[in-house]
Design a protein around this ligand. Structure first.
Ligand code: HEC
Length: 160
């Protein structure tokens, strides 16, 4: 998420430029996305995750999420791009983010996202859901999947 930094700053500047009353840097706009978590905050959140995610390698998870971040954001209020914003995705019904046009096959799964679903999904989305419009080749290494799922859990505000 580090790459979002300049974008968030630019958005905050744009927002404060629009508001009538001057705002200070210490009073974030309510609609602004949450600030990215520090590495220490993420590590503290990691140990509370269910096994095996609680011992995942977050640095590797972040590196592998670079493959997802071309299409997905994680933070609350961050934009939907080619793929839907993933905030709150764990426990959410598949294909249910309002305003995003999902494929019919993903809508038809009736799934609710949990770690096991996510693991099979990112192994090879077109095998998990033939006809999906998520064009992603897949992560074949199980450790990479565990690491990226832990990173996504933390980045999307998953509450164990
Ligand atoms: C090339 C763009 C692209 C990449 C790369 C990509 N996705 Fe997606 N993703 C999509 C699209 C498009 C959809 C909607 C799929 C559909 O409707 O069939 C989607 C859907 C999803 C969903 C379902 C969301 C929901 O609301 O039901 C999850 C979870 C997801 N992606 C996770 C990931 C993860 C994790 C990665 C990286 C390992 C990743 N995606 C890589 C484009 C992408």
């Amino acid at each position: 998420m580090r790459h979002l930094g300049p974008t968030l700053v630019a958005a905050a500047v744009a927002l404060s430029a629009c508001s009538k009353a001057p705002t200070t840097a210490s009073t974030p706009e309510p609609s602004a996305p949450a600030a990215p978590m520090s590495a220490a905050d993420r590590q503290a959140a990691l140990v509370k995750l269910p096994a095996p995610y609680n011992t995942a390698d977050l640095a590797n998870g972040e590196a592998k999420f670079a493959l997802c971040s071309a299409c997905h954001t994680l933070a609350a209020g961050a934009p939907t791009m080619t793929g839907p914003n993933l905030h709150g995705v764990f426990g959410r019904k598949a294909a249910s983010l309002a305003g995003f046009t999902y494929s019919e096959p993903l809508k038809a799964t009736g799934w609710t996202w949990d770690a096991a679903r996510m693991d099979s999904w990112i192994t090879d989305p077109k095998v998990a859901v033939p006809g999906t419009k998520m064009t992603f080749a897949g992560l074949k290494d199980p450790k990479d999947r565990t690491d990226v799922i832990a990173y996504v859990m933390i980045g999307t505000g998953f509450q164990p």
